[in-house]
Design a protein around this ligand. Structure first.
Ligand SMILES: Cc1ncc(COP(=O)(O)O)c(C=O)c1O
Length: 439
């Protein structure tokens, strides 16, 4: 029998520790938190906790607040929207902002083919819908994803995810007809040729290519460790999909909206996805996600087959239209590339100082930066403990950092694209000092 619910008081605790104690008692442990830091307010690239401590934010709520926290124009657009109405359901009585946003996304998605969009609320839902659409279009069942890929926490998205801990432990059985192939990571000795050879083997031993509805790939693996798919790999997948009538789904949920120095990261490889999923950075902190794809594919499901009560909420659409305007007007795609260059130079210098612990710096995808920590300079010897300590030390010193990677040994940096050079440098100084203090 569970113990009786502790009585809550309405007094507002003033410390992070007090809130963490209440959180632990009230919220299921599965919904963990990296740091016991309770945010009181946030502005652009800085946050302040309930104890008044200030943090430089290199996490942006996991690649969401690309235009910074509470951008005044996003706030104004949202306020204006909620004063008019906050919800009617786009599937009942729609509104112009959803149509305008779909038109903009159809233009922005790479490639010349005519496109259509549909909206949902979260990234996982976008992935689920992309697969539903691919199955409806092809009449096939199979889906191929990649080792280390992350596509969300709902059952199908989790099945597609190629990383067990903490996403898949205890949650099986998983949906059928999902297969995983190796993702090319030169640092870990997996070449593009090896990945493609494994895919060919999969077609021989697990599922015939003519039974495959979709191949889903992140152009830069996010949770898996911030590994950019080599251009020739994405180009080869495009070719394989064309040869076999497979729908190529490019998951740009973490890599999209200017983050990598292109509007969508798949632009680096010059490929056109059949279906692209986007979420996170799309609406500057409001829950919104979209599936954008070639018209004939997107129109395969029957009317009413796609959607959701809050799909394409007017508040999210208003925020997203403001985000798009800010990205374009303020040149934030180019700014992401400049952030990557500036931080990359600093991190490369740090690697030269500490080659035994920094195995690799990945700074060729704009403001989606990674530092892989190893023991004795050996790529095969990940240092998850140092990574954990470094993230903790950064919080102690006022810097929000996230980790990732199948082995938990990658530090990721995802600053707002609106961060100033001064704040970026200050955050990197803290990072360097914390690392030096631990090794
Ligand atoms: C590449 C990718 N796909 C899908 C998702 C799932 O998005 P959400 O958490 O909004 O469901 C994420 C989230 O981190 C992601 O990075």
């Amino acid at each position: 029998m569970s113990s009786p619910q502790p009585k809550t008081t309405d007094t507002v605790p003033s410390s992070n520790a007090d809130w963490q104690a209440r959180k632990t008692a009230a919220i299921a442990r599965g919904q963990g938190n990296i740091a016991a830091v309770y945010i009181d307010r946030a502005q652009n690239a800085e946050m302040w906790d309930v104890e008044g401590r200030r943090y430089i934010d290199f996490g942006t709520g996991i690649a969401v607040c690309n235009t910074g926290h509470s951008h005044p124009e996003v706030v104004a657009a949202v306020k204006e929207q909620i004063e008019r109405f906050s919800h009617t359901c786009v599937m009942v009585t729609p509104y112009d902002s959803a149509v305008r946003l779909a038109e903009r996304l159809n233009e922005l998605a790479p490639g010349a083919s005519a496109k259509k969009s549909m909206f949902v609320t979260t990234g996982a839902e976008a992935v689920e819908n992309a697969i539903k659409i691919a199955r409806a279009y092809t009449g096939r069942r199979g889906v191929i994803a990649f080792n280390g890929g992350f596509h969300g926490r709902t059952l199908l998205a989790m099945g597609l995810t190629g990383k067990i801990t903490p996403y898949k432990n205890l949650f099986g059985p998983f949906p059928g007809e999902v297969y995983h192939a190796p993702f090319p990571i030169p640092f870990h000795g997996v070449s593009v040729d090896q990945s493609l050879a494994a895919l060919k083997t999969l077609f021989k031993v697990d599922i015939a290519p003519e039974d495959v509805a979709a191949i889903i790939v992140e152009p830069v693996q996010g949770e898996g460790g911030f590994y950019a798919a080599p251009d020739e790999f994405l180009q080869a997948l495009r070719k394989i999909c064309d040869e076999h009538g497979i729908v190529l789904v490019v998951d740009e949920i973490q890599s999209g909206f200017g983050r990598t120095g292109k509007f969508f990261a798949s632009e680096y490889a010059g490929i056109e996805a059949d279906i692209l999923t986007t979420a996170k950075g799309i609406a500057g902190g409001f829950p919104l996600a979209a599936v954008v794809g070639k018209t004939e594919i997107m129109d395969a499901p029957l009317p009413g087959g796609l959607g959701g009560t809050y799909a394409g909420s007017p508040v999210g659409c208003a925020a997203a239209l403001a985000v798009l305007e800010i990205i374009e007007r303020d040149g934030l795609v180019a700014r992401a590339a400049a952030i990557g260059q500036r931080a990359g130079d600093r991190l490369d210098a740090l690697q030269k100082q500490h080659p035994e612990v920094i195995g690799e710096v990945r700074a060729d995808r704009g403001a989606m930066l990674a530092i892989e920590l190893v023991k004795n300079g050996d790529a095969a010897d990940p240092d998850a403990e140092l990574t954990r300590q470094l993230v903790a030390a950064a919080y102690e010193n006022g810097l929000v950092l996230l980790s990732c990677g199948v082995n938990g040994n990658v530090i990721r940096m995802l600053p707002a694209l609106t961060i100033s050079d001064e704040l970026l440098d200050e955050g990197l100084d803290i990072f360097g000092a914390c690392l030096a203090g631990l090794i």
